[in-house]
Structures are given as structure tokens and as C-alpha cells.
Design a protein around this ligand. Structure first.
Ligand code: GDP
Ligand code: MG
Length: 786
């Protein structure tokens, strides 16, 4: 305590710049200082917005995400945003490992963003809630959840590379959530930076129309500033203030001053207005009235650009160099001008709650002292300290203890928060990432009623059977997907066993895994029935490594992890039909079920959802009771959890029910057990095969190493899809089985002397050849199949 006070006092005298001291402290020490000396300790480094609005004016709120390929400059750009908004007085640098946003120790060490951190700052009277999103494919699900919490996004491209693989993945994800976006071409100072390359790749790969709003002044290392086509101004950044970007010169573009700049600007503005006239009636009107290009008012352009962005007809493109402190202020203006405020967006799942609270828990982190910190996005209603809430997903009530406004790894207590905002709460014991919360059970019932009225007949993916009359009450409402903000959890592709160093640590390990799972629903923990071992399943090598390191650092347990194995699936290649009978007396209760069902391969590759009824005059399936059908479905799901080859889940099949006979008094558990056995037998005799995950692979390498990369890929059962030339680099695209990709980063580094990098994304599950399947069988069981 004394030492810290000494540092602060000394820092006030200017002997120790606090920013410097602060950077050297770890997060928990900083937090400790914050609790002891709240104002002084933070005031020097972080300029907390004193009143961040009463937040009633939704038009002044922007909930945004930043998304891009790894290394495009997300973290660097965010740090600049925080700096220019006055939130920090120090420019963070990812290469020094001292950024505000990448606050987890591992992120600093690895120079990547693992968990998305939320941060609030103000820019020109707007309150910006920014969610940083991880770029690595192993943390894709983090991106999905963030996409649900934001209203708009900034996509950052490396101007020397254009659209890269991970950008495309995240872009597609954002499409699914209908998120309006603007694009920022970063690294305009870098050798090879090319506006044309970027615009071309935006059109070809993202398949959208870029609306170029700025032109660069100078190129590559001579990049000095921008020509703003909307305001018709040139902005040149000067070297003042150590080149931190706070000093720049704005000059209006006039014909008399420099005719070449004028012509360039008019040409580009004409083309922008031409594009907008095709997309927006307001601009089309002005063009038809023959208003000269230079006279089209800025305000008309701004509002048209916003409408076009929201309707996703075109994407505004801005440019800059975050590292060289150029262009970020204009990017922030762009966020305010073009991206939506919360009320511009339409969230069908939230509208059911009317004025009541509807919030999504989009992220959870754990802290030793405070326990679980739950990040909420409020879509409707408001929340106060001490309020009770009802968790729609888990069907439980809980109490919020504290509300905190978040500033990366620091928090400030607040008393209440309104719709449209992002807030962090404590006190919720059972809430898991992805859960939807409302004010009370009554609010939930009201929502279910209005949902029923609107949708009961035409729900997506809702079969006729499941919408038939429901005698379990609305607590059993089926369409959980809708009531969990329509988030889809990805299947894990890797798994391994995990063990504590000794039995004394087992309980602590269980707690650690429970907490980690609450934070991250793409992490799956189960217990192997045969060996009793704890099994961890996740999204990739890095994901598992990060989990291991976190268990050590945050929970002090040095776990032993077994070798990483690919999560295969199983499917069938033939149809088969089975009749199963269960006739049992347990105690004084007699159970009798008899059913005939059949399984059929389908090409969707999807998991089983619900049995299809095959009506006939004899079987009377028309009259099937809803809870009997539910018992059959859950039995089939159970039966498909473990396939006949290696007990991997079975997918890519349809299940038909041909007859069902149940005698009165039979329990639901017995009906499920019978269905489970029936489907198990049917799959067994339907020529099952193994499916393996294959990955879309994109490798960027120097031309000189292309040959080594290609010959290595050939040994990994890869299908090469193409090689693209981009200046001196070559971009190889391939589809490769995941099992061939273990430890690939190390191999790639060694065969290309560290010059190449790669990214991958799950392509699909593919049927394995018999010889490959046999190799897997031998590896996993030790036996060669006969
Ligand atoms: P992230 O992975 O998207 O968060 O990217 P980072 O912000 O961590 O940046 C990745 C690398 O690119 C770092 O070495 C940065 O210094 C560098 N970088 C970021 N912005 C720029 C830029 O504008 N120009 C240049 N030349 N390098 C940049
Ligand atoms: Mg980063």
C-alpha cells in the first residue's frame, strides 16, 4: 500500500509518469489500487467519462464491434480510438504488450486478442460501447456472441493484403446477424498497400459494393493523410506532439488552389454519388435536379450513406494507418455517422418483451474476489442494482448485486442502466454465456404468449408434430433457439483427457472447468463412461492450450492433458428398419412399448432434430400424444450420441417412426429407452462410416517458399483449390483434413523460415476412405479391424 501511494504521489510530482508505472503493474495490482485510491490512481492514466450520458437518448449510443483477420490492426486501432477519445493518455502498443484491450496476460504474451473485452468511451457526444473481438478461428464463438451484442461493426483490412480468410469468416458471421458495417483500410503506410487491391477484393470476396469515402494523400511510407470526399477537405497529419496524430491540418478543396487535387476529388465524388444515386432516392432526386457534384450538401450525403449502410446496400470504406496515427479520428466520425444506434436495429426475439427487460448475457469472466462478472446487452427495459431477474434460458430467478460500467479490465459502479446499453453485472450464480434474461417470470409468460400469437404456425424449423398441442405447459416451450437470442453453439473439433496432478486437486479442477465452461460455451466437459476420465472438447489446438494455461495461472492447478484427438462423427450409408419391444415389470408397474422405426442417410450432414411420422391407416400415429413423441425424440437423440464404430455422435440421417404402441402406465423413461435401443440397432445395421472434419486452409507465403509449402500440403491429403499472386506473396487455398493439421504452425514456420502464416476454418465433415478409417480405428483402439 505504502509503495503504491508513494508511486502515485511521486507521479503527481512528475517524477514517474503514471502511465509508465501503470503499464508495469499487473491487472490485479491496478484493481487493488483502484479500490484504495479510486480517483487518483486512475485519473492519471484513464480519463473516465464523468457522466456517460443518462443514456436515454438512444441516438447517441453506438454499440460496435471491431472485426478482422488476425494482425490487421484491431488492437492498435482500438488503442488509438481510446487515446483520441481522451480515455487513455498513453498510446498502447501491441508490440510492447501494454495495450488496454488485450488485458489477459496470455493475450499480452501472445500478441493476440483471446476474449473479447468491452469498453466504453465518448466521441463527439456519442457514447461508444466497443466490443473487441478475437481474430483467431479457435475463438470464433466469441465473435458470434459479440455480434449479437453489437448494432454495427468496423471491419479492418490490412491494406496490403485486402480481404483475408478470417475476415471472410467473420463477415459471413456478421451477415447471419444482419450487422451493418463500415470498412477501414488500415496500414496504408505499409509497402504494398493498395487501394485498388482492397476495393477489388471487397467486391470479389465479400460480394458487396464498396463506397469509397476517402482518397489517400501519398502512398506507402509517404502516406500523409486523406482527401475526404464527403466534406471535400484534405486532412494532413503533422509531426506535432511526437506525431501522436492529435495535430492535423484541414484544408477545404477548392478549384483555385490545386487543380489536380480538385479534379481527383471531383472524379471520385462523382463516382461515389453515382453509386449512391442507384441505392438511395434522396441522392437520386438531387442528381435528377442536376445539382452539381460539388454542391451536394454534406448532410444529404451523410444521411444517405447511413440509410445505405443500414439497408446493407453498400459499405462505406475509410482509410488510414493506425500505427502511424493517421485516420482514426475520421473512422470514429464514421462510426457516429454511418453505424446504427440501438433503436435503428430490429431484434425480433427482444421485441416480445415490450417495455420489460430483455438482455443477453454475451460474455462471462471470473475474478477471484468478485466471482462471475456477466456482460449484458440490454435490448429493452432497464436494470437497477439489486433487481431480480428471470433467466429465460435456464428458467430460474436470480438477483443482480451490482451494476458496473466497464473500461477494459476496470469497472465503475453505477445504479441503473437503460435499454440499448452494455453493462456488467455481478450476483448471477446460474447464468451462462448466451442466456437471455427478463424482468420476471410474468414477463417471460407474456413474451411466450405474444410469440405464440405471432408465430405458432410458421416457426422456422418447427415441424407440424412439435407444434401440435402441448400438454406440458409453456415451461416446455420448444423453440429454445428463438428464446436464446438465436445463437448457435459450434460443435467441438478436438478433444483430450484432462487430469489434476493429484486427487487432492480434483474438486478445484471441477470448479475451474465449471467456471471456464460458463464463460465459453464452445468448451465442452464430459466424463468418459468407460474410463471415468474427464474429457475436454474444444475448437482447436490454441483453444486447448489457452485453457490449460488459464487453469494454471488463474486456478493454480498444473493439469495433465492427454494427446489431442480429432472429434470424428459417424453416419450411415444404407437404410435400415428395426422393430423394438420393451416389456418389463418394475415393482408393481408394468411397462410395455413396441415401435418400428427406420433410419435413412441424408446429405445434409446435420444432427438429428425430430423423428418424422410415417402415417398409415394401421399405425394411428395421428393420435400420438405430444409427451410420448417427446420421449421418443429424446430417446433417439440419446441413441445417436454414440455410433457403432468408435462411439462418436451419429449425424446426417433421417429417422422415421412407422408404428408405436404404448400400454397405459408405461413411464416416459421406458419409452425413451426403447427408442434409444431401436435407433442404436438400426444404425448398427446401416453400414456406418466415419466422418472427419476438413478445414478451409489459407496459407500466405513468400514466393520463394511456395514449393516447400505445396509439397508439404501434398503429404497432408490436401485438395489444393488455387494459388493467388499478391505482389511477392502467394496465397494458397486448400481443403485439408483437420487430423493432418496438428502442430502445423511449427512445421510451416520451419519450412518457410518463419515467413509464412496460415488461417483455417471448418469446411465440413467428409466421409473417410476405408483405409483412412482403418488407420484411425487402429490408432484409437490399438486393433486393426478384421
Ligand atoms: P490485431 O491482431 O488485429 O489486433 O492486430 P494488432 O493491432 O495486434 O497489430 C498487428 C501488427 O500490425 C502489429 O505488429 C502492429 O504494430 C502492426 N500494425 C498495426 N497497425 C498498423 C499500421 O497502420 N501500419 C503498419 N505498418 N503496421 C501496423
Ligand atoms: Mg488484437
Amino acid at each position: 500500500m505504502e509503495i503504491c501511494r508513494f508511486i502515485c504521489v511521486r507521479s503527481n510530482q512528475g517524477l514517474f509518469p503514471w502511465g509508465h508505472v501503470n503499464r508495469k503493474l499487473n491487472a490485479s495490482c491496478r484493481r487493488w489500487i483502484q479500490t484504495k485510491l479510486p480517483d487518483k490512481s486512475l485519473g492519471d492514466h484513464h480519463n473516465f467519462p464523468k457522466h456517460v450520458h443518462k443514456s436515454d437518448d438512444l441516438s447517441l449510443i453506438r454499440n460496435i464491434g471491431i472485426m478482422a483477420h488476425i494482425d490487421a490492426g484491431k488492437t492498435t486501432t482500438t488503442e488509438r480510438m481510446l487515446f483520441y477519445s481522451g480515455f487513455t493518455r498513453h498510446l498502447g502498443d501491441v508490440d510492447d504488450g501494454d495495450t488496454v484491450m488485450d488485458y489477459m496476460e496470455q493475450e499480452r504474451a501472445r500478441g493476440i486478442t483471446i476474449t473479447s473485452a468491452a469498453i466504453t468511451f465518448t466521441w463527439k457526444h456519442h457514447k461508444i460501447n466497443l466490443i473487441d473481438t478475437p481474430g483467431h478461428v479457435d475463438f470464433t464463438f466469441e465473435v458470434e456472441r459479440s455480434l449479437r451484442a453489437i448494432d454495427g461493426a468496423v471491419t479492418i483490412l490490412d491494406a496490403s493484403a485486402g480481404v483475408e480468410a478470417q475476415t471472410l469468416t467473420v463477415w459471413r458471421q456478421a451477415d447471419r446477424y444482419d450487422v451493418p458495417r463500415i470498412i477501414y483500410l488500415n496500414k496504408m503506410d505499409k509497402p504494398g498497400a493498395s487501394l485498388d487491391l482492397c476495393l477489388m477484393s471487397i467486391m470479389e470476396k465479400l460480394k458487396v459494393t464498396p463506397l469509397l469515402l476517402q482518397l489517400p494523400v501519398g502512398s506507402e511510407k509517404h502516406f500523409q493523410g486523406i482527401i475526404d470526399l464527403v466534406t471535400m477537405e484534405t486532412c494532413i497529419w503533422s509531426k506535432g506532439n511526437m506525431g501522436d496524430g492529435t495535430e492535423f491540418k484541414l484544408s477545404p478543396i477548392v478549384q483555385s488552389a490545386d487543380s489536380s487535387v480538385w479534379e481527383k476529388c471531383i472524379k471520385a465524388r462523382t463516382s461515389l454519388i453515382g453509386q449512391l444515386a442507384d441505392m438511395d432516392d434522396g441522392i437520386a432526386d438531387l442528381v435528377l435536379k442536376d445539382v452539381a457534384v460539388e454542391n451536394i450538401p454534406v448532410s444529404d450525403l451523410l444521411s444517405a450513406l447511413k440509410r445505405v449502410t443500414l439497408a446493407r446496400k453498400g459499405v462505406p470504406v475509410l482509410l488510414g494507418s493506425s500505427l502511424k496515427n493517421k485516420g482514426v479520428q475520421h473512422l470514429l466520425d464514421g462510426v457516429n455517422h454511418y453505424l446504427p444506434c440501438p433503436s435503428d436495429r430490429h431484434y425480433p426475439f427482444a421485441e416480445l418483451y415490450g417495455e420489460d427487460l430483455c438482455a443477453l448475457a454475451f460474455k462471462i469472466t471470473h475474478e477471484k474476489q468478485r466471482g462471475a462478472l456477466i456482460f449484458l446487452r440490454l435490448y429493452s427495459g432497464s436494470l437497477k442494482t439489486g433487481s431480480s431477474i428471470y433467466n429465460v434460458t435456464r428458467k430460474t430467478s436470480e438477483k443482480v448485486t451490482r451494476l458496473l460500467q466497464v473500461y477494459a479490465d476496470m469497472h465503475k459502479d453505477i445504479n441503473h442502466i437503460h435499454a440499448g446499453n452494455i453493462v456488467c453485472v455481478t450476483g448471477l450464480k446460474q447464468t451462462v454465456t448466451g442466456d437471455l434474461l427478463t424482468s420476471s417470470h410474468t414477463s417471460y409468460k407474456k413474451a411466450v404468449e405474444s410469440y405464440g400469437k405471432q408465430n405458432i404456425d410458421n416457426l422456422p424449423g418447427r415441424s407440424a408434430e412439435s407444434s401440435s398441442h402441448d400438454d406440458q405447459g409453456d415451461e416446455e416451450h420448444e423453440d429454445n433457439h428463438f428464446f436464446s437470442a438465436q445463437l448457435t453453439v459450434p460443435d467441438p473439433v478436438f478433444f483430450c483427457s484432462i487430469e489434476p496432478p493429484s486427487m487432492a486437486f480434483q474438486k478445484d479442477l471441477d470448479i475451474a472447468l465449471e467456471n471456464l465452461q460458463r464463460e465459453d460455451n464452445s468448451l465442452h466437459v464430459s466424463v468418459d463412461k468407460d474410463t471415468g476420465q474427464t474429457i475436454l472438447a474444444g475448437m482447436g489446438e490454441l483453444h486447448m492450450e489457452v485453457i490449460k494455461e488459464r487453469i494454471l495461472k488463474e486456478y493454480g492447478i498444473e493439469v495433465e492433458m492427454g494427446p489431442l484427438q480429432v472429434a470424428y462423427k459417424e453416419t450411415i450409408t444404407e437404410s435400415s428398419e428395426v422393430t423394438e419391444r420393451l416389456d418389463k415389470t418394475l415393482g408393481d408397474r408394468h411397462h410395455f412399448v413396441s415401435m418400428t422405426l427406420s433410419v435413412h442417410p441424408n446429405q445434409t450432414g446435420q444432427d438429428f432434430k425430430a423423428v418424422e411420422l410415417r402415417h398409415s391407416r394401421e399405425n394411428n400415429l395421428e393420435a400420438i400424444r405430444h409427451h410420448h413423441l417427446q420421449a421418443v425424440n429424446s430417446g433417439i437423440k440419446m441413441g445417436l450420441c454414440a455410433g457403432p464404430i468408435l462411439s462418436f455422435p451419429v449425424c446426417g440421417l433421417g429417422v422415421y417412426l412407422h408404428s408405436l404402441e404404448i400400454q397405459p402406465g408405461t413411464s416416459m423413461a421406458m419409452i425413451s429407452a426403447c427408442a434409444s435401443q431401436a435407433v442404436h440397432k438400426a444404425v448398427h445395421s446401416a453400414a456406418a462410416v466415419l466422418l472427419e472434419p476438413t478445414m478451409h486452409l489459407e496459407i500466405t507465403t513468400d514466393e520463394d517458399y511456395l514449393h516447400f509449402v505445396m509439397s508439404d500440403l501434398a503429404q497432408r491429403r490436401s485438395h489444393i483449390q488455387g494459388v493467388e499472386a499478391r505482389e511477392q506473396v502467394r496465397v494458397v487455398k486448400a481443403i485439408t483434413p483437420l487430423s493432418e493439421m496438428m502442430g502445423y504452425s511449427t512445421v510451416l514456420r520451419s519450412i518457410t523460415s518463419g515467413t509464412a502464416f496460415f488461417s483455417m476454418e471448418l469446411a465440413q465433415y467428409e466421409v473417410m476412405s476405408l483405409s483412412e478409417q482403418n488407420k484411425v480405428l487402429q490408432k484409437l483402439t490399438g486393433f486393426l479391424p478384421s
